[in-house]
Write a protein that binds this ligand. Structure first.
Ligand SMILES: N[C@@H](CCC(=O)N[C@@H](CS)C(=O)NCC(=O)O)C(=O)O
Length: 203
């Protein structure tokens, strides 16, 4: 049994794990992490993730404890043999685009989210503009990658599962219509039709 640690509400990083669990059909239970009075995630959760973020998982079958959504997706793909190809070349390609998401899309989105919803009053325009232009550039890179492939690396993989939840909030975060990126837009619509995705995200 997998224990999936999360907080109330939804976020792209938690959605990645919800989708992966639904796609693989792995048995799991959800454990809500409490907050302390200072707003931090509960002290005892720091033993599971010293960085105090969700998602995190414990796999009771193997004893593996994991945080960082990319590491969790990779582990669940290894465990089930799903959504990660077997040839060394194809695996490397999937890991490259998975890392591209966790190193670029996620962190930039989280900065925009922070500045947009938290500190706008004190924010120099240039800061938000910098992050928005980084996101616009990432959108073009992804759109180009999808211009010759149905999914990021050909077959549907954990690289797609990692990226997809960010696209659900892309327009709100960037004020840019997804139709600006036609290939990315088609890809989003295709993934939105997957039964496991719909079930996981209650769409
Ligand atoms: N790089 C991490 C980011 C995780 C992250 O920032 N999680 C947020 C929720 S989406 C969080 O736990 N924030 C701490 C909090 O809400 O106290 C990952 O990919 O898992």
């Amino acid at each position: 049994m997998i224990i999936f640690y999360r907080i109330p509400g939804d976020s792209p990083n938690m959605r990645k794990v919800s989708v992966m669990l639904a796609e693989t059909g792995l048995p799991h239970t959800v454990q809500q992490v409490e907050r302390q009075n200072d707003g931090q995630l509960a002290e005892e959760f720091h033993r599971i993730n010293p960085n105090a973020t969700v998602p995190a998982i414990i796999d009771q079958q193997t004893g593996v404890t994991l945080f960082e959504s990319g590491a969790i997706l990779h582990y669940l793909a290894e465990k089930t043999g799903q959504y990660l190809p077997t040839s060394i070349q194809a695996r490397a390609e999937v890991m490259k685009w998975l890392m591209f998401e966790v190193a670029n899309v996620g962190p930039t989105m989280l900065e925009v989210y922070h500045y947009l919803l938290t500190d706008t009053a004190e924010l120099p325009d240039a800061v938000l503009q910098r992050y928005k232009s980084r996101l616009a550039n990432l959108g073009h890179i992804l759109d180009r990658q999808l211009s010759e492939r149905e999914y990021l690396c050909g077959e549907y993989s954990i690289a797609d599962i990692a990226l997809y939840p960010w696209l659900l909030i892309w327009e709100d975060m960037t004020d840019v219509n997804l139709a600006t990126y036609p290939n990315l837009h088609t890809w989003v619509n295709k993934i939105s039709e997957r039964p496991a995705v719909r079930a996981a995200l209650k769409m």
